[in-house]
Design a binder for this molecule. Structure first.
Ligand code: MN
Length: 238
């Protein structure tokens, strides 16, 4: 992946995009390479990093069979359909997100961003996850939020208060970690900050298991599912 291209694109798009929260234009770049699509090759649905029932009892196999097997697959298929036989075929998901944000092609943006966001969400969880971060990540969280507990409270608050569909994120901007909340398909990839962790807040992520109890889903995510190794790798991947 060409990081100079990404830096330039992200900065340019950021400056043209409505401000999101307190995000500043001076930060690092979200270049997390989730897709590596070659020339003209279609985007593929990446395998889950665990079996569909691997997150039980906190997220059921039934939820994952729909969420991954139906919703995520549909976003990837639609992205392929939209770029097929166009100049955009062969671009990575990150490049499609940036390009469609700039051109305000909402249908492509929504499907490419949802394809990217879901892969990132799956990778941020694991069986017997949760608990607390360690090492440099823990230091960065304490430096930015004061304590791990304060981080968890801020993340939970943002997730609970996202009205309707969207995501809550832990992101890095330079040396500072921040909480970010985005609506619908929107993603830090389009805003020049580096995503470290996300929780999907669309009802399809939790309704079968928790119905309207989003707060219980968020607590289960933090207490039992977060893959802190994945978050550390993202922080290190400058
Ligand atoms: Mn989802």
């Amino acid at each position: 992946m060409d990081r100079i291209f990404h830096s330039t694109m992200n900065r340019r798009i950021f400056l043209k995009t409505a401000a999101v929260g307190s995000i500043l234009a001076s930060g690092g770049i979200a270049g997390f390479p989730i897709s590596t699509s070659g020339a003209a090759s279609a985007h593929t649905l990446p395998p889950l990093p665990y079996p569909e029932d691997g997150l039980e009892p906190y997220i059921s196999g039934r939820t994952l069979s729909f969420h991954y097997g139906k919703h995520h697959r549909a976003y990837v298929d639609k992205t392929n359909e939209l770029v097929k036989n166009t100049d955009l075929a062969g671009l990575s998901l990150e490049e499609l997100i940036e390009t469609s944000a700039e051109s305000q092609n909402r249908q492509l943006f929504n499907n490419a961003a949802q394809s990217w966001n879901h892969t990132f969400y799956w990778r941020g969880m694991k069986s017997k996850g949760g608990g607390s971060p360690s090492g440099d990540l823990a230091k960065a969280i304490i430096r930015s939020f004061g304590s791990v507990e304060t981080f968890k409270e801020s993340f939970s608050h943002a997730a609970e208060n996202r009205f309707g569909s969207g995501y809550a994120w832990l992101v890095a901007q330079g040396d500072i970690l921040k909480i970010m909340s985005t609506g619908d398909a929107d993603t830090p990839v389009a805003h020049g900050v580096k995503p470290l962790l996300t929780i999907d807040l669309w009802e399809h992520a939790y309704y079968l298991d928790y119905q309207n109890r989003r707060k219980a889903y968020i607590k289960a995510f933090l207490d039992h599912l977060v893959n802190w190794d994945f978050v550390s790798e993202n922080l290190d991947g400058n």
